[in-house]
Design a protein around this ligand. Structure first.
Ligand SMILES: [Zn+2]
Length: 300
């Protein structure tokens, strides 16, 4: 992925040229997050054509009006917010057309949140993903998962910790500063958060007196709850290739000349790219970090 940096030259680059130059980055972002947006739209509207239109609109709007998002970690929820507004618009158009309210599926209010969690699970390294699915969806113990996946128990525990930590919104930095002992082992805390009674007497005594461990366990337990709710909607659907074709066609369409005296060119597309580039780098670091961490920690 080419680095996206802001330079004085960029400030006068027409949006059309800029779009062409950085389309690869934008396409990477689209590839990464379009299943989240498309699945949300499809589940909300129930029609492929409408879901494709919403997905197309969301990414074009993201391209044009990204001033609201500076924090790359907020990108998925920001995309869902745009999608939610577009879905509402499609519903109202449909209601006006058919003259009656469109039925909203139960649990719809939390669909976006659940899909963001599902997307986090889907972005885990494959083996960790299988382990976390078996724990959250099928309720298997770490021993059962180890037997099913033919992996050492310690490896499974670490996969579960990695997965739950991602759902908690944790980062590799936290892992680096965690010292065990005196603190309880993070992998053991993850297994405990899943409801397994594997904690040693020593760990129980430490947990009762350590706020840091107790907080981490609480957060993992909340992640288990969120993950179990989200796992039922965990199948993310990739939109058909025609959605990206429509977006690319729009990017290549001639842009209107700025009016005389309009000094501010539209720079939001670049802002969006800077944000998605950082978010993509973070996603890659998380996955690579997870794999390296797992390799380092896996029992021999
Ligand atoms: Zn502790």
């Amino acid at each position: 992925m080419p680095p996206v940096t802001e330079t004085a030259d960029d400030a006068v680059t027409p949006v059309r040229d800029f779009a062409t130059a950085h389309e690869a980055t934008f396409e990477s972002a689209y590839t990464r997050w379009s299943p989240l947006v498309y699945t949300f739209a499809l589940r909300s509207l129930g029609r492929v054509a409408d879901a494709e239109d919403v997905t197309c609109d969301v990414f074009l709007e993201g391209w044009r009006d990204a001033d609201a998002v500076d924090d790359p970690s907020a990108l998925p929820s920001w995309l869902i917010d745009i999608a939610r507004a577009r879905v509402e618009h499609f519903r109202s158009v449909r209601e006006a057309h058919q003259g009656m309210p469109v039925e909203v599926p139960p649990g719809d209010a939390f669909l976006g949140d659940h899909l963001i969690v599902a997307d986090q699970i889907a972005s885990l390294e494959p083996e960790a993903q299988r382990a976390i699915r078996l724990a959250l969806a099928d309720g298997l113990s770490h021993q059962q998962i180890a037997a099913r996946l033919r992996l050492p128990r310690g490896t499974v525990k670490h996969h579960l910790q990695t997965g739950l930590d991602r759902l908690r919104g944790g980062n590799a930095e936290d892992d680096a500063t965690w010292v065990s002992p005196p603190h309880a082992d993070r992998d053991e805390l993850a297994v405990k958060a899943l409801g397994e009674p594997t904690f040693s007497k020593l760990d129980r005594a430490h947990l009762a007196s350590c706020e840091q461990c107790a907080t981490y366990l609480r957060e993992l337990t909340a992640a288990v709850k969120e993950g179990r709710r989200a796992i039922s909607v965990s199948i993310l659907v990739r939109p058909s290739a025609r959605v990206w074709d429509a977006i690319a066609a729009e990017l290549h369409a001639p842009q209107p000349e700025p009016a005389a005296g309009d000094k501010a060119p539209r720079m939001s597309g670049r802002r969006f790219l800077v944000t998605v580039a950082i978010a993509l780098v973070i996603a890659i670091i998380i996955v690579v970090g997870g794999i390296l961490g797992w390799n380092a920690l896996a029992p021999q």
